[in-house]
Write a protein that binds this ligand. Structure first.
Ligand code: EPU
Length: 337
């Protein structure tokens, strides 16, 4: 098992925050995971499980043992009619998996193109974009149960998926390490181009609807709207879009006629956090090395050399101003350590 001591974690988080990690352990199999959790030397050490580091903000040096999940593999399990089940190692890079699906003409994940991070992290927050969420193509997963040392199977219902949420952020938090995810893909995809300008892009380019062109459009839209973490440190949306009850929404709508909103169910409405942040004057605000992105204010950025605790302070100021102006609590999507 490969380990590294006292290393910089800068290349292990897409915010590019420079903090030190006392111990980093590279995990390439379930067996190694078991060894780490059951070793006398490591058992007592607190641990932090890391995927692609694309949804994390480090605010201090890390004394926990960092388990970098590198379990690989993409295997077709079976095919029934048009449905193909594919089991993917938790350490596979999400977009590499999307590209694999496109290469094999399997539909379902094309709207989720170019999302940073790993496959194992994807179910934890039920990643989503352009009208599709992970839960829509999810079959099951396997996770190492820390308490028992056994690998457990979870079906979709057991994962309790919700908007950017799952069992693994709630009751199962810090109790499991996801080792693989099985997806239900299809050779006869149903296309979803209704959201976020995909149809517009297809029309503009004169492209027919297929998984390849949808993926190309999503990549284009993401590249125009969102900062590339390789060039400007960021972890995608820093906050979740708030879900509010209808009476509050009705009251806000009277004053703010253009408030972007999406129905959730008969009682709740999801509203745009980007819009709220923009209304409070934060869009494009820059404070030395850190700031609020100029095109998508839901994304906080590290222009280089920024400190995690300064980004955290900035996020708290944003939360306070939104509570003051709209009476709404913005919840963070990013995990803070
Ligand atoms: N908007 C503004 N000002 C802006 C930008 C956007 O008012 O500067 C408003 C617009 O009305 C726009 C609306 O916000 O129509 C929604 O914007 P966008 O389509 O960019 O989506 P989002 O709700 O802000 C969510 C996800 C993104 C995902 C996009 C596209 C969350 C927290 N974020 O953002 O996911 O890429 O939809 O589907 O749900 C991520 O989670 O890291 C992420 C980037």
């Amino acid at each position: 098992m490969q380990t590294k001591k006292n290393i910089s974690l800068k290349s292990y988080n897409t915010f590019g925050i420079e903090v030190k990690g006392q111990l980093l352990i590279n995990i390439t199999s379930e067996k190694e995971l078991k060894q780490v959790y059951q070793s006398n030397e490591l058992m007592a050490l607190p641990k932090l499980v890391l995927g692609g580091g694309s949804n994390i903000l480090f605010t201090k040096n890390q004394r926990k043992a960092i388990l970098k999940i590198n379990i690989k593999g993409i295997d077709v399990l079976d095919q029934k009619d048009h449905e193909v089940r594919v089991k993917v190692g938790a350490g596979e890079i999400w977009h590499q998996f999307v590209l694999w699906c496109l290469d094999h003409n399997l539909g379902g994940v094309e709207n989720l193109s170019l999302i940073p991070g790993t496959v194992g992290a994807a179910p934890i927050q039920n990643i989503g974009a352009y009208g599709v969420e992970l839960k829509d193509i999810f079959d099951s997963l396997e996770a190492y149960e820390i308490r028992s040392g056994k690998v457990r199977f979870f079906d979709k219902e057991q994962c309790q998926f919700d908007y950017r949420d799952s069992f693994f952020k709630g009751p199962g938090k810090d109790q499991y390490v996801i080792t693989s995810v099985t997806f239900k893909l299809t050779t006869k995809p149903r296309f979803d181009v209704s959201y976020g300008g995909i149809q517009q892009r297809l029309n503009d380019q004169g492209l027919q609807i297929n998984i390849h062109n949808i993926s190309e459009s999503v990549i284009h839209i993401r590249q125009t709207k969102l900062p590339d973490p390789i060039k400007i440190g960021n972890a995608g949306s820093f906050f979740k879009n708030p879900i509010i009850e209808k009476p509050l929404y009705d009251a806000l709508k009277l004053i703010h006629k253009d408030l972007p909103h999406y129905p959730v169910d008969s009682k709740n409405i999801k509203i745009s956090a980007a819009w709220l942040i923009e209304q409070c004057g934060w869009k494009g605000k820059r404070n030395d090395q850190i700031g609020v992105h100029e095109r998508q204010p839901l994304v906080l950025v590290n222009y280089g050399g920024g400190k995690g605790r300064d980004i955290l302070k900035l996020s708290e100021k944003i939360q306070v101003s939104i509570q003051k102006k709209f009476g709404i609590d913005l919840m963070t999507e990013v995990c803070i350590f």
